[in-house]
Design a protein. Structure first.
Length: 281
């Protein structure tokens, strides 16, 4: 079998990366090229991106919007966003594009470069028939502070697709700090979801709001086989009555999991529950 060397993305010239991105759109090679371009931010590349976004070709527009979504340049300590206002304008224009791929790329970018002018369109797209679009909207809305976006996340937290519910529940429970009866009701509904990640995110979200109604449920779910979700919920809740259960889990797991991330979260939960006063006190 013929073997071909994989391209070294960091060393490729911008022109070649753009060719890869356009030729292999929707493939891994195309996305790796786009990711490399996103870190090459410069006035010259921005001009190329603007030209791509104005192209009559939907593929070229989608690639341009995808690059604009995370266009950045090397700065002290890492990377910093480049030309935020200009790229936001490109993303907002992409929301009104007639082609599905361009719109989805714009939604993804507006989760990374939020702009209040996009909220109305994002909320409309929360009902889009394509689950991938709804997932992208769920991811994006978690970055917004506008109150009306909460309703969009609540709606998406009941989506038929597991990954959409997962991200919307994470957005409601962890990324957003608001605490309303509607948010708590959505999180409580998802405590019994068929998907374990959705159940876990709902539990953490209620724990972060110090909801004493989950204490008994959390006591049931705290076992040596529990997920990190339950440990993070116990830490956030900080309920002293959970400390004894957590210490039993620690004793049962010390030999098999002592050096794991899971065990470090267990220790954090024990510390939080041992130092707190009861919620109802």
């Amino acid at each position: 079998m013929k073997r071909t060397a994989r391209p070294r993305w960091k060393s490729l010239a911008v022109d070649r990366l753009l060719r890869y991105a356009l030729r292999h759109w929707h493939a891994d090679a195309g996305w790796r090229a786009i990711e490399a371009l996103q870190r090459r931010g410069s006035p010259a590349l921005l001009a190329r991106v603007i030209a791509l976004c104005a192209s009559p070709s939907a593929r070229r527009r989608a690639v341009g919007v995808s690059i604009a979504a995370q266009l950045s340049h090397r700065a002290q300590g890492g990377f910093a966003l480049l030309a935020e206002e200009e790229t936001q304008r490109l993303l907002l224009r992409g929301l009104a594009d007639p082609h599905h791929d361009v719109v989805r790329a714009a939604v993804g970018g507006l989760g990374l470069r939020p702009h209040g002018a996009s909220v109305e369109a994002l909320l409309r797209l929360a009902s889009h028939p394509d689950a991938r679009m709804r997932w992208q909207v769920a991811v994006a809305l978690g970055s917004y502070e506008e109150p009306e976006t909460i309703e969009g996340l609540i709606r998406l937290s009941a989506d038929p697709w597991d990954e959409v519910r997962d991200w919307a529940t994470f957005g409601l429970g962890t990324l957003r700090m608001e605490d309303t009866p509607a948010i708590r009701a959505a999180l409580r509904r998802n405590l019994d979801d068929a998907d374990p990640d959705v159940r876990g995110e709902a539990l953490v979200g209620l724990a972060r709001r110090r909801d004493e109604g989950i204490v008994d449920l959390l006591m049931e779910r705290l076992t040596p086989d529990c997920h990190v979700y339950e440990l993070d919920a116990a830490e956030a809740l900080g309920e002293p009555c959970l400390a004894a259960r957590l210490r039993l889990i620690e004793e049962a797991s010390r030999e098999s999991a002592a050096n794991s991330y899971w065990f470090s979260r267990l220790r954090a939960a024990i510390e939080a529950c041992s130092a707190s006063k009861p919620i109802a006190a």
